[in-house]
Design a protein around this ligand. Sequence first.
Ligand SMILES: [Zn+2]
Length: 218
Amino acid sequence: MSYELEPFHRDVPNDELLTDLRRVARELGKNQVTFREYNDKGRFTASTLAGRFGSWNAAIDKADLQRTINRNISDEELFVNLVEVWTALGRQPRSRDLRPGPSRFSWNTYACRFRTWRNALAQFVKWANEGKLLPESNLREEKAGRRTPRNINWRLRALVLVRDGARCRLCGATPRDGVRLHVDHVKPWSKGGETVLENLQVLCNVCNVGKGDVELKG
Ligand SMILES: [Zn+2]
């Protein structure tokens, strides 16, 4: 990108910038234009437009085009969202469950990143399973006389959720029965229970309250 061009474009009216943005959209045959696509085909630079309108998405809005999927969303964020939707539904989400409300991201975002729903789930499971490396690192912590952190990370949550079928391990309730699900330590962390797959379980809010600080057999 050439910064020398910027002063030259300073006098280009907003309308002309937007007209060129719409022209690129027409040439691409869609109502979305990415920053990179505009740099390839536009008369100006994408940063000229972003600078003029405040952001790239603001320029897209002004041109009455559709925003493209936020390129800054990480796979991790998409998977964490999947854990949340999974927990909220109490079953494996279907692609149509990925809509505002239960989900922070649309099905489109997943399709864009993973092509198919099946592949999105496959990648999610792969991501969660990388958490199996955790016990090894936890062993190292133990040797060093350190404990696992109390906080249950998202990978572990995903694994526990999938293993327990996203239902309360004690009473079998799911959110469809009107409960909320939690991932919880079997032997409380405060009593020396470690944050490892074997010591974690899905509980509903009712059983979780009943449990208090009493130890349960896993
Ligand atoms: Zn329960």
